[in-house]
Design a binder for this molecule. Structure first.
Ligand code: 3PG
Ligand code: MG
Length: 398
């Protein structure tokens, strides 16, 4: 992979219109933002530009409106939130391009911000179109991509636009790419990962790549149920993904050939349903009416040992149904133990994925990791070793 194009720190940005592609795709319920992490993350970057007297034009998407206007997915409610956090004027534009938008981008004062409407209201966004990219590019003088979490999408505001305007990789984006490259190419060893989540099929690509790089892989969450069943145990009514036998066998085999230790739960927390009592059980005591909802104490102890032995660790995917207190022990203890070792034993810890970040925040460990990625799909695709289209276009070839 080539180096990413970075904006020269000493460049005079006074009155320059910077198109900043950010990811303001935040979770919302009834018009209210339920998690501001993605917004908070880009605030320092926007401030850096406004402090340098630039005019900042923000482009983002929200949800998947599929090229149609959907008022529920308007970015308008985000403007006052940004204004509050930035402490500077944030204007909003209903359009993304055209004479009126260009006029607004010129008219705002240096140090001010213009937020453009949801870019996915335009059907040309997802088709990565040249004519649309050219129009978008006219709204600024310089383009900066600070939306790593969107860089796995070959969309106009991420890819094609870079061909029509002076374009750079933002600081956060570069940092994120660097961290994941470090993890997969030159980590401090031993390096381990804890992979969870509900579907094994969505993590196969990641596991296949990581098996070659990690000394240990720990499988938790509902996807561990596939492995528990594969070992010959009853998993009762637990979540289970069908027709994954071959993929699973392949992973087990690849672990052996690559000398990578594969750890799966040895005891679990079960319940008859989410509402009833939680019980700790060894694998051979699970019955037909049980639902596995967390990992047990012995498994946690084993994971502690792996964390203690590691110099670098990756965590993606919660260990159980952490939204309910009685099934949150596994994820809670993993988050706390990684935090403790990061602080006291200089463990390099990297976490990513929406649910994992939600768990880390819930257990008050958001300051406890070396790096936390707010990206979902893009984080996984980079871990799979894929080339992300939005990153590729920002590489220098000098
Ligand atoms: C995300 O939330 O993963 C990013 O904002 C990308 O959104 P998308 O999956 O709808 O492309
Ligand atoms: Mg997504």
């Amino acid at each position: 992979m080539g180096k990413l194009k970075a904006l020269d720190k000493n460049l005079n940005l006074t009155d320059k219109r910077i198109i900043l592609r950010v990811d303001l795709n935040v979770p919302m319920q009834e018009g209210k933002i339920t998690d501001k992490s993605r917004i908070s993350k880009v605030i320092p970057v926007i401030k850096e530009f406004t402090n340098k007297k630039a005019k900042v034009i923000l482009i983002s998407h929200l949800g998947r409106p599929k090229g149609k206007i959907d008022e529920k997915l308007s970015l308008k409610p985000i403007a006052p939130v940004l204004e509050n956090l930035l402490n500077s004027k944030v204007y909003f534009s209903n359009n993304n391009y055209g004479p009126a938008t260009i006029e607004k981008s010129n008219k705002i004062k240096s140090g001010e911000v213009l937020l453009l409407e949801n870019i996915r209201f335009n059907k040309e966004e997802e088709t990565n179109e040249k004519a649309f990219a050219k129009e978008l590019a006219k709204v600024g003088d310089i383009y900066v991509n600070e939306a790593f979490s969107c860089s796995h999408r070959a969309h106009t505001s991420v890819c094609e636009i870079t061909k029509h305007i002076d374009s750079y990789a933002g600081k956060l984006l570069s940092e994120e790419v660097e961290v994941i490259n470090m993890l997969t190419n030159k980590p401090k060893k031993p390096v381990s990962c804890i992979i969870g989540g509900s579907k094994i099929s969505t993590k196969i690509g990641v596991l296949t790549n990581l098996v070659k790089k990690m000394q240990t892989i720990v499988i938790v969450g509902a996807m561990a149920n596939n492995f528990i069943k594969h070992k010959g145990h009853n998993i009762g009514k637990s979540l289970f993904e069908k027709n994954q036998e071959n993929l699973l066998k392949d992973i087990v085999k690849k672990c052996k050939t690559n000398n990578c230790k594969l750890i799966i739960p040895e005891d679990v927390i079960v319940s008859k349903n989410h509402k009833s009592e939680a019980n700790l059980k060894p694998l051979n005591k699970i019955d037909d009416t049980d639902l596995i909802l967390d990992i047990g104490e012995n498994t946690i102890k084993k994971i502690y040992k792996i964390i203690d032995e590691s110099k670098t660790i990756l965590w993606n995917g919660p260990a159980g149904y952490f939204e309910l207190e009685k099934f949150s022990m596994g994820s809670n203890k993993i988050a706390k133990k990684i935090t403790e070792n990061t602080k006291n034993k200089s463990l390099i810890s990297i976490a990513g994925g929406g649910d994992t970040v939600a768990a880390i925040n819930k257990f008050g460990c958001s300051d406890g990791f070396t790096y936390i990625s707010t990206a979902g799909g893009a984080f996984l695709e980079l871990l799979e070793g894929k080339i992300l289209p939005g990153i590729k276009v920002l590489e220098t070839h000098e």
